[in-house]
Each structure stands twice: as C-alpha cells, then as structure tokens.
Design a protein around this ligand. Structure first.
Ligand code: PEP
Ligand code: MN
Length: 364
C-alpha cells in the first residue's frame, strides 16, 4: 500500500505503548538494498518511519560518504511501494533544498549529531526551513552539552518548525568503552523536561555500536518512558558500507520489537492511581524529612567551621573523611544501600560542607 499522505504530526505515528518506531539502514547504498530492506521492515506494523542516510558525515575521509541526491528517488519508491514514511539526514541548506524539491521522497528531516554541535550549521538549516511545514528530528550533539542541544531545538522552533522531535544517540567517550557512545540517560530526561511537549526518541544503534546491545538499550529507553526508537536495519548488515557492526537484519529487528516490553506511562484506572498516590505521598514525606536533616547537618557544619577557624585548624581533615566514608558504607550495606550510591552521596554532602566552611574561613 503506497504512502501518499504527508505527516502533519509526529505524535500520530506512535503505535503500541505510544512509541514511534523508526528503522532502516545507516546508509542508502543501492536501490535494491533500500527497497528490499524497506519491504521487509514494512512487514512489522509497529514501524512507521523508514530511515536511510544519503549524505553521510564520516569521521575520516576516504570512507563511503553516501550516495547523494540519487537516493531521494529510492526513498520515493519506498513510499510508493510500502506503507512507510521516510526520513533522511540533512547537514547543509543544499541537502534541505534537494529534499524539498523532490516532492514525495522525504517526509521528515533529521539533523545529525555532528551538525547539532555547530550553531552556524544549525542556523543555516533553520534559515532555509523558515516557513516550511516539515517535521524535523534533532540528534543530541556529540558532546554532553544540554544547552547546545536545546539551543538547536530553539533555532528550529524560531524558524517556525512546529513538529520537532529530539533523538538521543549518546555522547562520544574519551576512552574505549563497551558501548560506542555513552548514553547519559539523565540528559535525555532533561531535554524532555525542557520541552515536555516534544517527542524524545532513543537511537540504541549509535549508543550500542554492536548489535548485541540493541535490545537492552531499547528496553531501558522504553522503561524511562522515552517516546520511540530509531534502529538501524540492513538487508545484509555484515556487508553494510557504514556501521556494519550495529545494524540488524529485518528479521532481528522484528524479533526485538516483539520481545520488547512496551509499558504504559500511566493507567487510567482509579485503583492504580490511588495506590500510586499513596506511594508518592510516602516518598514526598521522606524527601522533606531528608531535606530537613540535611539542613540540620549543614547548620552543625557551620558551627564546626567557626570552631575550627577560631582555633586555627584546617577545614579538611583527611582522617575524619576516611572514617566517615568507611563507617557510612558499612552501615549502608547492612540496610541494603548500594556502596557506590553512598559514596557519591557522601561526596556531594562533603563537598557542600567544605564549601560552607570555606565561606566562613574567607569571611575571617
Ligand atoms: C546516523 O544516524 O547514521 C548518524 C550518522 O548518526 P549520528 O549523527 O547520531 O552519528
Ligand atoms: Mn549510522
């Protein structure tokens, strides 16, 4: 069934569990590869949007840099021959113009991680998109800079793009890690809290770098209530011209989509809501008690600060700090708290204590 419609709202493409599922090859390589992948993917009704990069931002020169505008004709055929909508990456105003000129080939544009990192490039894209009604998805920049990501989204909003989604694809690590990009899930949650009305889609493929991890990362994204997944899928992944290790076959994709748990973000059932409210009341009460205790602790810290300064003693006392971490960790263990968690929490509290005491010392 051909896909003749255009998308007026990305939200309407969400299927079960309110997730928007995007799949397709990292790169469009040949017409046959694009079409056979699309036909296989379209067998799964959860997938609504077909991705394929036709201009590829490669880290080093000399690699496959994409098929270029010829790929637009193949995407048009995907739309003519399947029920899928299509999306491709744009990095320059020229790319955008090609997509807009070739009507019926691309429904949604996406901005890649390397482009989001450069405000000049994002602004140039925003300028050429002014007054154009097309959905745009914006990947996080390579570096974990939430303001840079939010800034790119703002630039497109200001250009009048109404239909914007963010794609969380992880952040470049400095060292070799088992994952290709560090997820830093808290940033995906933060971008959602800055733009609560916007879909935030996870890209497990670029986070994983290896197909073995795709399921786990996807499930984590769904459990965190992210709004969808973009999963690289290729008819013959091992022969792919880019990102071979992380691409799935369409069969593997379907299997993963079948096994993932799409949980509901809330239930409209009054029994469920009452019980949830009770739990939340308890958490609220404990949070306030924790804050009051912290405030009491800080007041004592200030008194000790004054006492130390008056007696000409240094603020930081290594022995005391080592003793605090050791005894608290031991106690925490007996009541089921994670050691790393206790350590991080104590460090935070200790840092604030030192800051408070340093302020007292500086006043002297
Ligand atoms: C891609 O989606 O193939 C891609 C190049 O991704 P990113 O911009 O996240 O590196
Ligand atoms: Mn890729």
């Amino acid at each position: 069934m051909p896909q003749n419609n255009s998308i007026d709202n990305l939200f309407s493409l969400r299927t079960n569990g309110n997730a928007l599922i995007i799949a397709g090859p990292c790169s469009a390589e040949t017409e046959q590869q694009v079409l056979s992948t699309a036909h296989e993917i379209a067998k799964c009704e959860k997938v609504k949007l077909f991705r394929a990069g036709i201009w590829k931002p490669r880290t080093a020169p000399g690699n496959f840099e994409g098929i270029g505008k010829k790929g637009l004709e193949w995407l048009k055929k995907v739309k003519e021959q399947t029920s899928l909508y299509t999306t491709t990456e744009v990095a320059t105003p020229e790319h955008v113009e090609y997509c807009l000129k070739n009507e019926g080939s691309v429904d949604v544009l996406w901005i890649g991680a390397r482009t989001t990192a450069n405000p000049f490039s994002v602004q140039a894209l925003a300028d050429v998109l002014k007054g154009v009604d097309i959905p745009v998805m914006i990947k996080n920049p390579l570096n974990p800079d939430i303001k840079l990501w939010a800034g790119a989204i703002e630039r497109l909003k200001k250009a009048g793009i109404k239909n914007i989604a963010a794609i969380h694809r992880g952040f470049s690590p400095f060292e070799n890690t088992s994952l290709r990009n560090i997820p830093k899930w808290e940033l995906a949650i933060e971008i959602k809290s800055i733009f609560p009305e916007m879909l935030v889609i996870n890209d497990p493929s670029h986070i994983s770098g290896k197909r073995e991890y795709i399921f786990e990362i996807s499930q984590k994204a769904l459990d965190l209530n992210l709004d969808g997944l973009m999963i690289e899928t290729h008819i013959n992944p091992n022969k792919a011209l880019s990102d071979a290790k992380q691409q799935l076959t369409p069969k593997e994709l379907l299997e993963i989509l079948q096994n993932l748990k799409f949980r509901k973000s809330s239930l409209n059932n009054s029994e469920f809501i009452n019980k949830l409210d009770q739990y939340r009341d308890q958490i609220d009460s404990i949070d306030y008690q924790m804050l009051e205790l912290l405030s009491k602790r800080m007041n004592i810290v200030k008194e000790i600060g004054n006492y130390k300064i008056n007696n000409n003693v240094t603020i930081f006392q290594l022995k005391r700090w080592l003793d605090i971490t050791k005894t608290r960790k031991e106690f925490g263990n007996t009541i089921g708290l994670d050691e790393q968690f206790i350590k991080k929490m104590l460090q935070l509290v200790h840092r604030e204590s030192i800051r408070q005491q340093t302020e007292i010392a500086n006043k002297e």
